[in-house]
Design a protein around this ligand. Structure first.
Ligand SMILES: Nc1ncnc2c1ncn2[C@@H]1O[C@H](COP(=O)(O)OP(=O)(O)OP(=O)(O)O)[C@@H](O)[C@H]1O
Length: 234
């Protein structure tokens, strides 16, 4: 089976606004960056790929799985990290939070907890197991979400603004972690420097592809346009 995201003829409407209208895109590279202005549709695109947004028309498959209709298949194939970890975390303790996704995949409670403990150990965070999530910093909560997603062993991991609220050392730590990941990665970011080493960059404007290609071509063009707009908006 090809490792690919296939978005075909997707039309998606939110509160009467057409975010995508007949949108198609095929992604198969290992590291893909998505850039674009606020409201251009980046988060909605990630939600479509994760099967969390329902298009009015069209189809989205990931590695052949229809992510909207086959939720079990989607859980095994795609993991998504939301911009705000507090929109993701639902359990009081770290171990419960990590075990939850594993149970959703059909594992018993005991097995899920054992795997969650292993995941924490391999991240060097065994001491976090019984920590209350709300006592961790935002960057640490984000790491809990990442550990939880990777424990589920998805083929694709989607990151929505993973660097948005991190200080520089935490940003660089997450950047290194992402770089070392085995699965395919799609990263939405406003910070082109963080994704310069990716295999492909896609610039989205108002639900359409403004540019798509090597980051060395797409990202400078995007940055120049943002500079131009910043000048106009001052
Ligand atoms: N919960 C919602 N209800 C209704 N419309 C929404 C909702 N979330 C987003 N939209 C609309 O969908 C469009 C795309 O939003 P989306 O969040 O995908 O953009 P984005 O590129 O991720 O923006 P940002 O960079 O600000 O996060 C926007 O027009 C936005 O107003």
């Amino acid at each position: 089976m090809d490792q690919a995201v296939d978005i075909s003829g997707v039309t998606l409407v939110r509160e009467g606004v057409r975010v995508f209208d007949g949108f198609s895109l095929r992604l198969s590279e290992r590291r893909i960056a998505i850039v674009g202005r606020n409201g251009s549709g980046k988060t909605t695109l990630l939600r479509l790929i994760a099967g969390l947004a329902e298009p009015k028309a069209g189809r989205v498959t990931v590695n052949g799985v229809d992510v909207l209709r086959d939720r079990a298949g989607a859980l095994n194939t795609v993991g998504i990290l939301f911009q705000n970890p507090d929109h993701q975390i639902i359990f009081p303790t770290v171990i419960e939070e990590i075990a939850f996704g594993l149970e959703q995949q059909g594992r018993s409670r005991t097995e899920a907890r054992a795997l969650a403990a292993e995941a924490l150990a391999s991240a060097g965070r065994t001491d976090w197991a019984e920590r209350l999530c709300h006592t961790l910093s935002q960057g640490q909560r984000q790491l809990v979400c990442l550990i939880a997603i990777l424990a589920m062993r998805p083929d694709w991991v989607l990151f929505d603004e993973p660097f948005a609220s991190l200080d520089l050392p935490a940003t660089l730590a997450i950047e290194r972690r992402i770089a070392a990941l085995e699965p395919h990665v799609i990263t939405v970011t406003h910070d082109p420097a963080r994704v310069a080493g990716y295999d492909r960059a896609i610039w989205i404007e108002a639900g359409r592809i403004a540019a798509d290609g090597p980051p060395a071509e797409v990202l400078p063009a995007y940055a120049a346009e943002m500079q131009r707009l910043a000048g106009l908006e001052c």
